[in-house]
Design a protein around this ligand. Structure first.
Ligand code: NAD
Ligand code: 0WE
Length: 270
């Protein structure tokens, strides 16, 4: 007799996911994997105009909790956390899948396109927001073996064309992951990041030559393909579960191995 045993390592856990814009979002892949493992979800979205799309992602997963939150606004974050306190009274973790820089800084040579204002916006929305969420939701997570997770990209560690100020911000986000991990450790709250390979999402859709980047990654990565949001989701579900109870302050690459290579297969060499 065949016995199928379904895993559900997030059963009875409740998570806030910040950053669903539509079904293509990395946050949506994470929501699916976490719901598949039994987690209950609270989805926050940036603005009214996204509400319908976010419902389309949440409803098939049985999610009943939605709230608008602009992570660049402290009152907006406070309102979100209050709503979670009222609905649930506690939290087992937060997924931060938000990144933004002004489009005109994501094209051209870094030294020529960088501005003070663009730097501020990129770091406020893409980096400080993670600390702000941790700070404001800490009291809901204390002593529950909770887990925070953010999304990074290889541009934090290496240069690549056009990523510019976002690379600088992702470096700060990875450092933030370590500092948060160190200061939240005493509350048994773990903090990790996933550095994902490129995925065609809304945030990627405005990016010049993104298709070329996808095909470059596909041919250079050890697995000879790109990754899916579900693969990021499965790693996220693991990191936020008790299976990862010994892991904190870590940056986990989910990129088909691209980051370990330096020279590909020389097919482009003369
Ligand atoms: P996406 O456009 O689907 O998600 C980005 C989200 O950020 C959107 O939901 C958007 O509404 C939200 N956002 C932006 N400003 C906000 C604000 N002020 N308040 C609240 N929400 C705000 O794109 P994505 O690719 O899924 O991005 C999610 C995360 O993954 C980002 O941190 C991104 O840097 C990271 N990432 C993306 C890739 C990729 O290739 N797509 C690779 C590695 C890491
Ligand atoms: O982190 C990201 C997305 C970052 C992003 C994208 C946009 C486009 C639209 C942040 N802000 C904006 N602002 C906009 O107005 N990625 C990892 C995907 C991505 O974006 C790139 C990449 C890759 C990969 C931008 C330039 C070069 C490569």
């Amino acid at each position: 007799m065949l016995i199928l045993i379904f895993m559900s390592f997030l059963k009875d856990k409740k998570f806030l996911i910040v950053g669903v814009a539509n079904k293509f979002s990395i946050a949506s892949g994470i929501a699916k994997s976490m719901a598949d493992q039994g987690a209950e979800l609270f989805l926050s979205y940036q603005s009214d105009r996204l509400y319908k799309k976010v419902l389309q992602v949440g409803e098939p997963l049985g999610c009943k909790n939605y709230f608008e939150c602009d992570v660049g606004n402290d009152n907006s974050i406070d309102n979100l956390i209050k709503e979670i306190e009222n609905k649930w009274g506690f939290l087992d973790g937060i997924i931060h899948a938000v990144g933004f820089a002004p489009a005109n800084e994501l094209e051209g040579s870094f030294v020529d396109v960088a501005t003070r204002e663009g730097f501020k916006i990129a770091h406020d929305i893409s980096v400080f927001s993670f600390t702000a969420l941790a700070q404001k939701a800490k009291y809901l997570m204390k002593g529950r073996n909770a887990a925070l997770l953010t999304l990074s990209y290889l541009g934090a560690q290496r240069t690549l064309p056009n990523y510019n100020v976002m690379g600088v911000a992702k470096a700060a986000l990875e450092s933030t992951t370590r500092y948060l991990a160190n200061s939240l450790g005493e509350d048994q709250i773990r903090v990790n990041a996933i550095s994902a390979g490129p995925v065609k999402t809304l945030a990627a859709s405005g990016v010049k030559s993104f298709k070329k980047m996808l095909s470059y990654n596909e041919s250079r990565a050890p697995l000879k393909r790109n990754i899916t949001t579900e693969e990021v989701g499965n790693a996220a579900a693991f990191l936020c579960s008790d299976l990862a109870s010994g892991i904190t302050g870590e940056i986990l690459y989910v990129d088909a191995g691209f980051n370990i290579t330096a020279m590909g297969d020389l097919s482009e060499a003369n």
